[in-house]
Design a protein around this ligand. Structure first.
Ligand code: TYM
Length: 342
């Protein structure tokens, strides 16, 4: 099975990214052919600093490798190295409804936040995301809960393409974890932890030092009760229970049972210890990997080459079906394969 996901190179990666997504990327290597993309073209859709973007791509690559991605067992690459992505994005625009793009939650949220320019890129963001996945004919897309609507849109786009131009693309499905799909801000537990929208004190960064992690968790907002149980009335405690369950690799109910009667203070301390133990090895490996930029660039270059060979095949089919460009040449990679098979 082919599994594809993407991550933005913007900002510092937080516990939500780690638990909701990065953890799943690492597991994907066990379950199938894992393809992971650092989506620098997506990062240009909101105001950004050009030099910082280049650095952030390497930060993110080092983070993913530190988390356990292994270039021998997955394809890790930078989106802008594979020109098939923006090309397919444009071609897919032919089967994308403008109204659907206007209705995307993330477009509405992000466009409301822009002070000067709401770029057209922000509107087309989900089409590029569809191209990312469809170019690889991936079957599964591991993401956090906030990406559900984007994956639904890419399914619609693939279906509409196949209907209009003939069976060409695979309709992918999302993989959203049952626990940890939406880690919340520790200070405002009604809001998700995020790079741009959440509070500094309520966001745990993967590279935070242990004392900072402990401080943030100990000052996490909870309610006035003392029961350690999940409930819509207790978003703060529910969030901490989920974090603990994911890290311990157990059920939330087991966490509730273990800490029954412990009180919030002891529970928060236990969560802090668990998060520190969970992230400390990643931080150590990150420092080593980030120091060698040439090695990181080499990993990305090799990944891009492997990615291009897959995406190039899909693009040749898409162009052929859409009547774009000259008819496929005899002797092209795909034609040769067809000849061999017949
Ligand atoms: P990005 O970089 O914003 O987020 C990366 C992943 O982290 C997940 N995530 C969370 N999970 C749990 N709790 C949270 N608080 C939390 N915050 C973020 C996101 O769901 C995501 O899986 N549009 C994508 C990037 C992308 C992509 C793709 C993803 C581009 N092309 C193709 C899948 C397939 C994004 O915004 O990622």
């Amino acid at each position: 099975m082919r599994i594809f996901s993407g991550i933005q190179p913007t900002g510092r990666k937080h516990l939500g990214n780690y638990i909701g997504a990065i953890r799943q990327y690492v597991e994907a290597q066990e379950r199938g052919e894992a393809i992971l993309c650092i989506v620098d073209l997506h990062a240009t859709t909101v105001p950004y600093d050009a030099a910082a973007l280049r650095r952030s791509v390497l930060d993110t690559a080092a983070m993913l490798l530190a988390a356990g991605l292994d270039p021998a067992r997955c394809i890790l690459f930078r989106q802008s190295d594979v020109a098939e992505h923006p090309e397919l994005c444009w071609l897919l625009c032919a089967v994308t409804a403008h109204g659907d793009l206007n209705r995307m939650h993330q477009f509405k949220e992000k466009s409301a936040r822009q002070r000067e320019l709401v770029s057209a890129g922000l509107l087309f963001y989900p089409v590029l995301q569809a191209a990312d996945v469809l170019a690889y004919r991936a079957e599964e897309v591991p993401v956090g809960a906030d990406q559900r609507q984007h994956v639904e849109l890419m399914r619609d786009i693939a279906l509409r393409f196949n209907e209009r131009f003939g069976e060409t693309l695979i309709v992918p499905r999302h993989r959203i974890p049952e626990v940890g799909a939406r880690i919340m801000d520790l200070q405002e537990p009604e809001r998700k932890m995020s790079t741009t929208g959440s509070t500094e004190q309520g966001t745990i960064y993967v590279l935070d030092e242990p004392p900072a992690i402990a401080k943030k968790l100990k000052s996490a907002v909870t309610d006035s009760g003392s029961d350690i149980i999940r409930s819509p009335q207790k978003p703060g405690i529910s969030n901490l229970i989920e974090v603990m369950a994911v890290i311990r690799e157990t059920e939330s109910a087991d966490v509730e049972l273990e800490f029954d009667g412990a009180g919030y203070g002891r529970f928060k301390q236990a969560v802090a210890d668990a998060v520190v133990d969970y992230l400390t090895p990643v931080r150590g490996r990150y420092a080593e990997l980030r120091a060698d930029e040439a090695a990181l660039e080499a990993v990305l270059a090799e990944g891009a080459e492997r990615a291009r060979s897959i995406a190039g095949e899909t693009l040749a089919d898409v162009r052929e079906q859409m009547g774009v460009g000259p008819p496929r040449q005899r002797g092209s990679a795909r034609q040769t394969l067809g000849d061999e098979l017949s």
